[in-house]
Write a protein that binds this ligand. Structure first.
Ligand SMILES: Cc1cc2nc3c(=O)[nH]c(=O)nc-3n(C[C@H](O)[C@H](O)[C@H](O)COP(=O)(O)O)c2cc1C
Length: 398
């Protein structure tokens, strides 16, 4: 192999992320590529960040009881969500302003999800709009809604999602106020991104990221520009607190949304069996058990700890989703073993996007799917849909 071929091979490996084998490596690569403040925005959690760690610790406490000498030569990692197939068994959780990670942001991630046969959830606070994302994807799209103060804004977002063909609506309820994300406050994270004097060095260290930002439209909330004076730079927390959330919202508001949205309705952020039962009464079709990736409140259990308690009280027709700390295919299989319809992940696609754009998200979905397939072989199951509590070693919640 001559020098030119070696260079070509290295550059191909770099572009395709072929050397990367785990989500954690994407995390490390993202850290090297994006400014510190942006990395903190993705990686960080609320308060002591104890809930971020609890999500991982609770998943690590779930162990399998493997079965061997089973013919697992043919394995099927696909499953169904709301009666439709999910080829790669992952839902990309809604995560706002993905344009901070990469200029193509949600467009790139939605395209990757489409190619992999996964579901992409677009956040209310996305960088690209509902319509822009629908235009680039023929795959399954869900739209996530925050409980805005202004009812007209809620109705307008719902009708835009419906008109653009989004299949399901997720209502996130765990943000009566924005969690105290201390890293963001310390870093002065703001929208539009404003580089403060003390941060020049952080941004100068990432000239590629800065040039990507300068060559693209200003980063803002793509769905909200028509409703807000998006030109004021204010802290993201302040902005969201001021514009996005209304701490006076109650179950009545969810019921009202139920009467307007006829497709699958999913509530996100449930961590209490009583709330799960109340959500069922309100007529939801699905529940995302989630602590917002530990970004809202540090003093809550990990998702794998609370999941069985919620699973025990909801009816079988409610689809239950596991969201928090998923980093490996093994984690996805654990979510199924605990009774989830599907697993959701936020940071894994966001890190991959920051590290390598669309190719990164392609790669991370491929890695996770392959790990799910291998896990099935190692526990002696042919299909993901057959995985259940019988595959678990006496589960001790942490
Ligand atoms: C950068 C980032 C932005 C997020 N933005 C939103 C959002 O706009 N709406 C929402 O419901 N959840 C949001 N989340 C939470 C995710 O939907 C999901 O609950 C969380 O990432 C799951 O934990 P994981 O990152 O460990 O997978 C965000 C998460 C991250 C990492």
């Amino acid at each position: 192999m001559n020098f030119r071929e070696i260079k070509k091979l290295i550059s191909f490996r770099r572009r395709s992320g072929a050397g990367i084998q785990t989500v954690d490596e994407f995390r490390e690569k993202a850290k090297k590529k994006i400014p510190h403040a942006i990395w903190d925005f993705i990686d960080g959690g609320a308060g002591t960040e104890q809930a971020v760690h609890a999500n991982r610790a609770s998943l690590e406490a779930v162990l399998f009881q493997p079965n061997y000498l089973v013919d697992v030569s043919q394995r099927d990692t696909s499953t169904h969500v709301f009666g439709k197939p999910l080829r790669t068994p992952l839902i990309l959780s809604p995560a706002g302003i993905a344009t901070l990670a990469h200029p193509r942001g949600e467009l790139a991630a939605a395209r990757s999800a489409d190619k992999a046969g996964a579901i992409f959830c677009l956040s209310t606070g996305s960088g690209h709009s509902i319509e822009q994302v629908a235009e680039v994807s023929n795959g399954r799209l869900w739209f996530q809604l925050y409980l805005w103060k202004n009812q007209e804004v809620i109705d307008s977002l719902i009708s835009r999602a419906k008109n653009s063909g989004y299949e399901a609506l997720i209502v996130t309820v765990d943000v009566p106020v924005v969690g105290k994300r201390e890293r963001d406050l310390r870093n002065g994270m703001s929208l539009p991104v404003t580089i403060r004097p003390g941060q020049y060095l952080h941004y100068l260290r990432k000239p590629r990221w800065v040039s990507g930002i300068l060559r693209n439209p200003a980063i803002t909330f793509g769905n909200l520009t028509s409703f807000t004076s998006g030109d004021d730079a204010s802290s993201i927390g302040e902005y969201v607190n001021k514009e996005l959330n209304d701490p006076s919202k109650t179950w009545d508001d969810l019921e009202r949304i139920r009467s307007v949205w006829k497709g699958p309705l999913i509530i996100k952020g449930i961590m209490n069996p009583k709330d799960a039962q109340r959500a069922e009464q309100a007529g939801v079709d699905g529940i995302i058990v989630s602590n917002h990736g530990g970004r809202q409140f540090s003093s809550v259990p990990g998702v794998a700890t609370i999941f069985p308690e919620i699973q025990a009280v909801v009816s079988e027709h409610i689809e239950l989703f596991f969201d928090g700390g998923i980093r490996r295919g093994e984690d996805i299989v654990k979510a199924y073993a605990l009774g989830a319809t599907a697993a959701c992940s936020g940071r894994s696609w966001f890190w991959a996007l920051a590290a390598d754009g669309e190719q990164g998200v392609d790669r991370v979905l491929h890695i996770l799917e392959k790990e799910v397939e291998d896990t099935l072989a190692l526990i002696g199951e042919k299909t993901l849909t057959q995985v259940g509590k019988h595959n678990l070693y006496r589960h001790q919640a942490t």
